[in-house]
Design a protein around this ligand. Structure first.
Ligand code: ZN
Length: 59
């Protein structure tokens, strides 16, 4: 698991490290999609801003 020193790992994409900054209107439980790699994450907490992997159910 990489841990870029320049980016807060709690608010960065765990897959590619792209910063997924907290944005106005974010709510706990909201799904945030990484624009760089397309992975989806769920907002677990706002203070501090924390993302957890969003596991899509297999269809
Ligand atoms: Zn990503």
């Amino acid at each position: 698991m990489t841990n870029p020193a320049t980016t807060d790992p709690r608010s960065a994409c765990p897959d590619c490290g792209t910063a997924l900054a907290e944005a106005p209107g974010r709510t706990v439980g909201e799904i945030v999609e990484c624009g760089a790699c397309g992975s989806a994450f769920e907002v677990a907490a706002l203070r501090p801003f924390t993302l957890i992997p969003f596991e899509e159910e297999e269809k």
